[in-house]
Structures are given as C-alpha cells and as structure tokens.
Design a protein around this ligand. Sequence first.
Ligand code: ATP
Length: 316
Amino acid sequence: MIRVTALTRTYGDLTAVDQVSFEIGTGEIVGLLGHNGAGKTTIMKMLTGYLEPTGGSIEIDGLDIRTDREAVQQRIGYLPENDPLYSEMTVLDYLDYAATLHGVPDAERDDWIREAISRTELTSRAMDTIGTLSRGFRQRVGVAQAILHHPRLLILDEPTNGLDPTQVLQMRNLIRSLSAQATVILSTHILQEVQAICDRILIIHNGQKVLDATMDELLAGKHLLVAIDAGPEHALDLLNSVRGVVAAEPVSWPAAQAGPGHRYALELGENHDPAEAAPVVAGLAATQGWKLYALQPERRDLEQIFSEISAPGGRS
Ligand code: ATP
C-alpha cells in the first residue's frame, strides 16, 4: 500500500526527516510516535503531498507521489494537526465544499456526505455553525472531511489532541471502524493511544526512524514469569534445566500485582518463546508437587520501551 524510501526533508540547516524508510500494508493501523519536534508532522505532510521531500521517494498504491500527485491525493484522507475549519460555515456546507475539493462525483455527493456525517456521529449538529461547536465536535468534522471521499489511506495528525476522555474513546472506536476500509497512519505522542489502537508503531527520533515493530513484537518480553510455593533453594536448578531457559532468577512481585508464592523470571533463549516453555514449567510443577499460582509471558511496558529508545527532550 505505502512504500517510503530514504525520505528526507531539510529546513535550512535542520534535517527534520532523515532517510526514513518503511512499508505499510493494506488495513494496518500504524502509529507514528515521537517527542515534540521529532518529525512526525513533516513526514505526514510529505505523505499527503502537501510538502515536497528534499530526497527519497513515496509510493502509494504503486503510484509515485512526484509524478501522480493528484491521483495519490484522491486516495488519501488527511486530518491535519490544527484542522483549518471554516468557522462561519455550517457542518453541512463545509462538507459539501470538502466534497468539491475532493472531487466526489455528483451522483455520490449527497450519499457520501450523509455517510461521513453518520459515521462521525454529527447528525444532530449538521446544521450548526462550526465556530459554535466544542473541540471534540470540531475534531469530528475534521475526520468527516477526511473520510468523505472514501480514501484508501487515512492520515490523522494527533486525532485525539485536546479531546476529553469520553471523546478520546469515541475517536478510538471511530478509527478502529475506519480501518476496515482504509489503511490508517496516525501520529501522537500519547503512548496509551498507540497501545489502544495501533497494530504497529514507528518511532521517530530526531528525524530518524529508530523503531519499526508490531505491537505484539514490541510488548512481548523475553521472559516467562512463574509463581510457585517452592523457594529458590528447591526450584532454581530445576527451572534452569527447562529446555529453552537460559537463566532463571527470583524476582519480587510489583506492588500493583501482589500475589502468593515465590516468583521467578525465566529468561528464554533466542529461538524459544513463552508458549513453548509454559507447559513444560507447568509439568515440572506437577511432578514436583509445587503449587502453581501464576504462569504468564512477560508483557513489556510501552513507556519503558519508548524511554529506552528516545532520550527525552528532542527538538521543537
Ligand atoms: P510535534 O509533536 O510537536 O507536532 P513533530 O514530530 O510533528 O512535532 P515536526 O513538526 O515535523 O515535528 O517538526 C520537526 C522539526 O522540523 C522541528 O525541529 C521543527 O521545529 C522543524 N520544522 C517544522 N516545520 C518547519 C518549518 N516550516 N520551518 C523550519 N523548521 C520547521
């Protein structure tokens, strides 16, 4: 669906985006993550054809944005960071205007506008003047104009920025439902946001891509956590002998998850995963007559991963 190769953008002496490459398949929800000033908006503006790259290439649906800009733009819906809505227009008039800008065929215009209004739950506000709407409703109008022309790729820059918690949940549900018809790229610096809706994340730091991984790959740790009633003097050697375990060590329960028993973290070797080792550990507990209180793959914390990868601060 999208192939970005060595994408670069400079502003004078500043390299805002530096040789970034990635590919995104149809239907994925990808989070573009990074500190303020990392280069996310610059990447999104280049993907949508609003900003000329200094170097590199962007292909969307097999079309090169340099040579087929208009055809590419018809396939894209874009919610800019600070959506420039026309505050004196009504929602309906604005969407009608957006339909013209997007080149929606006359025969489809009314149906598609109605559909965009209904999907963003704006029906009761369709006749309201945009300037009188709350921030959350204005954000929905921005999304409605972005999805109006049935784009195959949706690019949403900070879609939940400034929304209250209820509106955030509604926006997440909307984005998930939109991904049934379109590939979605969204930028944010809110980690929970990414964890809640994205299949995959790209982390940008000082203009460079520093991580590209699926959420499952990222959050799956290399440890299997086990809680049993046997102390280290009885259990450690046996746990260390489980196939695939390279090191077993006692760990303490985090305060938030206090529970019974002695707890161990079993570090697994390169080609071994927790799903293989877990039944073996359960079998060992049964044969040794240990009480097994917990047996679970480690889940890593996105905040921890993010701070390991990108030092705080960044440019702005
Ligand atoms: P934020 O999360 O704050 O929106 P971002 O990751 O989207 O940040 P960008 O807006 O892409 O970051 O900015 C990347 C870098 O490029 C920043 O250092 C920014 O100051 C700089 N920059 C962006 N636009 C311009 C411009 N028009 N002229 C000069 N520098 C710019």
